[in-house]
Design a protein around this ligand. Structure first.
Ligand SMILES: *Cc1c(COP(=O)(O)O)cnc(C)c1O
Length: 339
């Protein structure tokens, strides 16, 4: 067994800090299914206020948050539009179709991660009994660690308005995007009817996401959350971690972004690796498949864990990755290349 020294697989691997654990231990709690948990209510109100929306709902995971959003926008037999590689289409086990009876309409991505406006427009169904009813467009930002241009978001929002569709944002890492852009989360959230935000990624909590949006949509989501088994009782212990994260772990995301850049520059110095400059905290590395596999294994044997899927490596910086981890990982890569 090799000791895991540096874990770059994901920003979900962080463990709650002593300060966060103290806040959790001290949380005032009640039965949140009865609406009695003051800490959950505080987190929901704080998130709604931060994003400039009417209401918010604390949920166990980003997957449930996205599903609830789609179920709020759509009924049985309705349709949502999302990118071919969007988390809510590709990485949520088909939940919208299986549990929500909502048909996905995936759209191919452009090289910059966007869906072309004309592709979206062409996929919106006419009112015809042969077709499912298109109800909502789901965007994701950051998308694979990339920040989508705000002007593009505005164009999609305009299209959604014209065609009377809802607009959902899978903002699992929305705070990363805002820190990278240097804008307020309220501005970032403004074009959307619903926004899902993960507390358990870069913000470093053990559990939880928040769905934020228009009051009627969040009320429906609250009912559906119970149906999906996501009603939690003394959840204030978890919400306290979220409140702590909003206070302490948002601005510091800039450090993760700085380290991701440092990492990408270091990795790019090896001729066999192709490494685009990251916008936020996720570095993708492309290499010959055999080489990539050998490198991942070599690093793993030295306690350096990186994500690797389908021909590319994924390195994610987060709260538990410091400068020493970046230096140590680059030293491991140098050793692999015999330097
Ligand atoms: C992680 C993630 C989710 C889902 O969050 P879970 O809490 O893991 O269910 C949704 N969307 C994106 C973009 C994510 O990165």
């Amino acid at each position: 067994m090799n000791t895991l020294r540096y874990d770059f697989r994901s920003d979900t691997v962080t463990r709650p800090s002593p300060g966060m654990r103290a806040a959790m231990a001290a949380a005032e709690v009640g039965d949140d299914v009865y609406g009695d948990d003051p800490t959950v209510r505080q987190l929901e109100q704080r998130m709604a206020m931060l994003l400039g929306k009417e209401a918010a709902l604390f949920v166990p995971s980003g997957t449930m948050s996205n599903l609830l959003a789609l179920m709020s926008h759509c009924g049985r037999g309705d349709e949502f539009i999302a990118g071919q590689n969007a988390h809510c289409y590709m990485f949520e086990a088909g939940g919208a179709a299986v549990l929500g009876s909502i048909q996905p309409q995936p759209i191919a991505h452009q090289p910059d991660g966007t869906m072309a406006l004309h592709d979206i427009a062409a996929a919106i169904k006419a009112d015809d009994m042969h077709f499912a009813r298109t109800r909502v467009i789901a965007l994701e930002n950051t998308f694979g660690g990339r920040v989508l241009p705000l002007a593009y978001i505005d164009e999609v929002a305009e299209l959604a308005r014209e065609r009377e569709l809802g607009l959902h944002l899978d903002g699992a890492r929305a705070f990363n995007a805002c820190v990278a852009l240097g804008i307020e989360i309220s501005e970032f959230a403004a074009p959307f009817d619903t926004v899902s935000i993960c507390l358990s990624k870069g913000l470093g909590t053990p559990v939880g996401s928040v769905l934020v949006g228009a009051g009627t949509l969040i009320e429906k989501a609250r009912r559906d959350r119970k149906m999906l088994g996501g009603g939690m009782r003394q959840a204030g212990i978890l919400a306290a971690a979220g409140l702590y994260a909003l206070e302490h772990n948002v601005e510091r995301l800039a450090e993760d972004h700085r380290r991701a850049k440092q990492l990408s520059e270091g990795l790019a110095s090896f001729a066999d690796l192709s490494v685009p400059m990251p916008d936020t905290n996720i570095v993708f590395v492309k290499a010959d498949a055999e080489l990539e596999k050998a490198m991942t294994q070599f690093l793993g044997e030295r306690g350096i864990a990186v994500g690797g899927q389908y021909g590319q490596q994924r390195w994610v910086t987060h709260l538990d990755v410091d400068d020493e981890a970046v230096d140590g990982a680059l030293a491991g890569v140098r050793e692999f290349f015999g330097g």
